[in-house]
Design a protein around this ligand. Structure first.
Ligand code: PHE
Length: 481
């Protein structure tokens, strides 16, 4: 255990963890789901989910990793040993395989689009009809899609192969500043376009009529995905932390960075989309269908397009390495594999599992399992079942099972004083972890497996959630006296 690698500095950890959090979720998914769910009002609900549920669970997850110095399976083994909890850890490792296998496919498109932009392919795009036909023909091409999926998988393997310090930490220290810089450039470009104010208004002026129970649930589900919660990625990164680092402050910084980047991506994308008169609610195709049209209409569009897809690729890479690291850490810690061998073998396995995902856009388009393509199944399984399920059990484990006295000792390591000054913070965390997070996740879970679908339309979810939150706050302040 003594020769386990550790982050070279706290900043190294924060950049790597923020790198994991900031990914396709922020730049591809967040803008389009915000666009589909009414803009500002949705953003507001998403921020509440991040603060009240995401942050408390993130602290719990990182702490389990730091205390045990293990991957998710090893962490549950060490803290409980009960087969049930070890199985929860194993689901995290399985989620690593599943998410990575489809994540590399979308990230591959992004590399492909850098090349297309450089070739000048976007200049012919007069409207989204043309660009979506073009997108369909690209992803319909087996060599194109499998080729870029493979290329991106190799990039991911390369970084993880080099280890924690020389690979993940060093890579994140280079890539994260590049990402900030590219995004700032794109924001400046976006907001200085004539007509950009309509996009900003869309993001900042809430249209509450667009908010439904459904959008609250989408917001919570996305909060998990975007902070890489619920499958042990943050636990594994936390396992390379030492006791002198204070977990809550690190977690807060990671969440702030992740949210900040999602909002900046929203600003960059919506200001351009509105300025160019495109549809903000274009859905998952917003980036690949709508943005190329925006770039085609913009002066110097080729350069902006290359910068944008480079940004997306870098963001996806710093997330993909954290997914592969969960799998690798498991084989290194529990099965005593050499890191390099684990990376090569399982990197390759993930590459293979990803191929049917890539083929779901062409030759396997009509091959459905449980009514969905392979790609949609992988996405659904991960985002709607494995992540919320894992988050639920992590909250329950740390809130109820681990032993709260031990948890508090672990929590205070690295900075006693903060909690002595603000005991309410600990009380709030405990209540959020024990009640709010499990209840909310449970509700989302029921929804995502469609069990509540019929009852759903009869109750106003926002009120149910507001009542639960008020009840918890009352309990919190009542106890304090
Ligand atoms: N947080 C990443 C994103 O926003 C996705 C991810 C999920 C990464 C789970 C690791 C673990 O794109």
């Amino acid at each position: 255990m003594n020769n386990r690698e550790h982050w070279g500095s706290k900043a190294g950890f924060i950049l790597a963890a923020a790198g994991s959090a900031i990914g396709l979720g922020n730049i591809w998914k967040f803008p389009y789901i915000a666009g589909e769910n009414g803009g500002a009002a949705f953003v507001f609900i998403y921020l509440i989910c991040i603060a009240l549920i995401g942050l408390p669970v993130l602290i719990a997850e990182i702490m389990m990793g730091r205390t045990t110095q293990r991957n998710p399976v090893g962490a549950f083994k060490k803290l409980s040993g009960k087969p049930f909890w070890v199985a929860v850890g194993s689901l995290g490792v399985i989620a690593g395989f599943v998410i990575l296998s489809f994540y590399t496919v979308i990230a591959g498109w992004s590399i492909g689009y850098i090349v297309e932009a450089l070739k000048g392919s976007f200049s012919q795009f007069s409207d989204p009809g043309v660009s979506s036909a073009y997108f369909e023909s690209q992803v319909g091409n087996v060599t194109w899609i499998v080729g870029y999926h493979t290329l991106f998988s190799f990039l991911t393997m390369g970084v993880v192969f080099a280890g924690i310090n020389k690979g993940i930490e060093k890579g994140s220290k280079i890539m994260m500043p590049v990402l900030f810089f590219l995004l700032i450039l794109l924001v400046i470009r976006g907001v200085t376009l004539p007509g950009a104010e309509k996009g900003l208004a869309f993001l900042w002026s809430p249209d509450w009529s667009k908010i439904s129970g459904q959008s609250v649930l989408i917001a919570l589900g996305h909060a998990f995905f975007t902070i890489s919660l619920g499958m042990g990625a943050m636990m594994t990164y936390g396992s390379y932390l030492s006791e002198k680092d204070h977990v809550p402050s690190a977690a807060l910084q990671i969440v702030i960075l992740d949210t900040f980047i999602a909002l900046l991506a929203g600003i960059a994308i919506f200001s351009s989309v509105f300025a160019m008169g495109q549809d903000p609610a274009a859905g998952p195709g917003l980036i690949f269908h709508t943005l190329p049209v925006v770039f085609a209409k913009m002066p110097g569009g080729v350069v902006w397009a290359v910068l944008f897809f480079l940004l997306l690729t870098v963001a996806a890479l710093t997330s993909a390495i954290s997914l592969l690291e969960v799998v690798v850490a498991y084989f290194v810690d529990e099965r005593k594999w050499k890191r390099q061998n684990a990376v090569m073998v399982f990197g390759f396995v993930v590459l293979l599992i990803g191929i049917p995902s890539a083929l779901s856009f062409n030759v396997m388009k009509d091959v459905h399992f449980f009514g969905k393509t392979w790609f949609d199944n992988a996405d659904y399984l991960a985002s709607n079942i494995l992540l919320p399920g894992g988050g639920f059990f992590i909250a329950i484990f740390v809130g109820w099972i681990w032993g709260f006295d031990t948890v508090l000792i672990e929590l205070k390591k690295g900075s006693e004083s903060l909690f002595d000054k603000y005991p309410i913070v600990i009380k709030a965390w405990k209540i959020f972890l024990r009640f709010l997070a499990p209840v909310m996740i449970f509700v989302v879970f029921l929804h995502s497996v469609d069990l509540l679908e019929s009852v759903w339309h009869q109750i106003h979810m926002q009120w149910v959630i507001i009542i639960i939150q008020v009840a918890i706050l009352i309990k919190l302040f009542h106890k304090k006296k």
